[in-house]
Design a protein around this ligand. Sequence first.
Ligand SMILES: Cc1ncc(C[n+]2csc(CCOP(=O)(O)OP(=O)(O)O)c2C)c(N)n1
Ligand SMILES: [Mg+2]
Length: 337
Amino acid sequence: MFEDMVTARYYEERLQEEYLEGKQPAFDISAGPIPGELHLAAGHEASGIGVCHHLRDDDTVTAPHRPHHIAIAKGVDLKRMTAEIFGRETGLGKGKGGHMHLFDPDVNFACSGIIAQGCPPAAGAALAAKKRNTDAVAVAFLGEGAIDQGGFLESLNFAGVHDLPVVFVIEDNDWAISMPKERVTDVEDGSKRADGFAVHGERVDSDDVEAVHEAAGRAVGRARDGNGPTLLEVQVHRRMGHFMGDPQTYRPEADQEAAAERDSIERLAETLRAHGVEEAELAESRTAAEERVDDAIAWAKEQPEPDPAAAHEDVWVNPPSGVTDSEPAYDLAGGDD
Ligand SMILES: Cc1ncc(C[n+]2csc(CCOP(=O)(O)OP(=O)(O)O)c2C)c(N)n1
Ligand SMILES: [Mg+2]
C-alpha cells in the first residue's frame, strides 16, 4: 500500500509539471502536452488504496473525475493510462477520453467526469456478478458533493433491495469545487444515507490507510460473501485546488494548511518505521515508484498523436443504419453552429 501511495503522489507531481508546460503566463487550458482539465487526488490516497487492496482483477471499480490514485491501486496499465492523459493514440481510449475518462477492461476499471455517474454501472456489474454466480464485487467511488445525486440514491436503493455485492465509497474532502460541505447538506456523516435504504453504512473519520483497509475489508467481505452492499465514507483531504489552475480564492488559508499537514503517506511511513521497517526500505519503495512513473511518462510522450479522422470512429457500438458511411454531421474544424 505504501508503494501504491507514493506512486500515486509522485505520478500527480509529475503530471502537474507536464500540465503547466505551455499554459503560462495566461492560463490556456488547451495548450501544452496535457490539454483540458486535470483534477488531482493528492490527499485522497488512503481511500482509493485502502479499498482497492482488497480487490481482484475481475472485480469492477468505477471512479469519479479524480481517478488516478484509484486507477493505480486497481492495477490499471500505467503506461496506457498516461498515454490517454497525454491524448495519444495508444492510450486506453485511443487518446479521446483524457484523464476523466479512463477505461481499462483488463482490470474492469472505468471513470467519468459526470459526478455519481459510476454508481449505476457499479450496481449493474454487481448484478451481473450475482447472476453469474461468481463472488466478484463492484466498488463505486464518489465525492461527498455527489451524495444528493439521483443516480447514487437510486443505485443505493437498488443494491439494497437486490442484496448486490457492491460497495459505495464516499471520498469526503469537505469541498465540491468551491462549495463547502456544510452549505449543501445537514448530514455530517454521509454514510448515514445508508440508513434510509436499510443498507449497512460505516464512516472512517481519518485518512489513515490502515483504518480504511480494515473497514473496506469488512465491506468487501460482506459483498463477496453474498451479504449485500455497504456505504463507506472516508474522510480525506484536498491538498490541491479543485482542478489545476484553480486559484482557490474561496478557500480559507487555514483549511489549506490543515490539509497539507495531514499527510496519510507520512502517517503510514511512521507506522512502518514503528514496526521496524528500515528507512532504506522506504526509500527503495519511493525509488521504484519514481522509476515506474518516469518510465510511463517518457513512454507516453513518445507515442503518436491520433489521426483527427479517427474522431468519428468508436462513437457508436452498434451504429444506426447509414451512420458509418455518412458524412460527419458536424464540421470538426468549427462552423456556424
Ligand atoms: C452531474 C454533474 N453535475 C455537475 C458537475 C460539475 N462538477 C464537476 S466536479 C463537481 C464537484 C464534485 O465534488 P465532489 O463530488 O465532492 O468531488 P471532489 O471534486 O471534491 O473530489 C461538480 C459539481 C458534473 N461533473 N456532473
Ligand atoms: Mg468533495
